[in-house]
Design a binder for this molecule. Structure first.
Ligand code: HEC
Length: 186
């Protein structure tokens, strides 16, 4: 084989291998996407956007990143309508008192001091999430912590509970089996 031909063959082989690796990765991402879509949550039936005009300016970056990076497998409805609220220990007591029985209903609220940290990490570790930069993860995390507090706690408790209950009712009608799996009283 001439030098030139050898080089061409090498290039061809390399391109083929790169394409195969990309296909394998795409296949894995497709699988995750399929799984995410085939296994809906009540969250998915809610809005995928939120009005951030009243939020601190520095959270806009996290909101944008979330819209870019967290929509590969499901919409942003999934994080935005989740039961999760991350509160520090001192915030917890105030919330528990204000929310009363709602706070104990896991279909409405899952509150702890590291829930968004864990979730963003878990999602970022999924193949295809493209969130390798910890700084980007942190921005999304900061946004979700603030947004959950703003829309689910304090004087927003009743608004949130009504919204979440509406989603659960719609979900039960649309996906009765999945509803039992996810949300029926244990
Ligand atoms: C590669 C696909 C993929 C990407 C990208 C992804 N997710 Fe998910 N997400 C899933 C799947 C699949 C589930 C189902 C539960 C699981 O696997 O943990 C899920 C579940 C969730 C849930 C749980 C809902 C509930 O009520 O239990 C939240 C919240 C969530 N994702 C938020 C995010 C955020 C925030 C991001 C961006 C940082 C993100 N996801 C990016 C695939 C993905």
């Amino acid at each position: 084989m001439s030098k030139r031909l050898g080089l061409l063959a090498g290039l061809w082989l390399f391109a083929g291998m790169a394409a195969m690796a990309a296909d394998a990765k795409a296949g894995k991402v497709d699988k995750d996407k399929e799984a995410a879509l085939a296994n809906p949550y009540a969250n998915d039936l809610g809005p995928a956007e939120v009005d951030i005009s009243g939020y601190p300016k520095e959270l806009a970056a996290g909101y944008k990143l979330m819209k870019d990076k967290c929509t590969k497998c499901h919409t942003t409805s999934r994080p935005l309508n989740a039961q999760f609220v991350e509160l520090k220990k001192d915030e917890m007591a105030t919330f528990m008192k204000a929310a009363g029985a709602h706070a104990k209903n896991e279909n409405l609220y899952k509150v702890d001091d590291g829930v968004w940290k864990r979730y963003v990490k878990r999602m970022a570790s999924k193949p295809g999430c493209e969130l390798s930069k910890t700084d980007d993860q942190k921005e999304i995390y900061k946004f979700l912590v603030h947004d959950s507090k703003a829309r689910k706690t304090g004087d927003k408790i009743e608004t949130w509970v009504k919204h979440r209950k509406d989603l659960l009712t719609q979900f039960k009608e649309k996906y009765p089996k999945r509803y039992v799996e996810l949300y029926s009283e244990k």
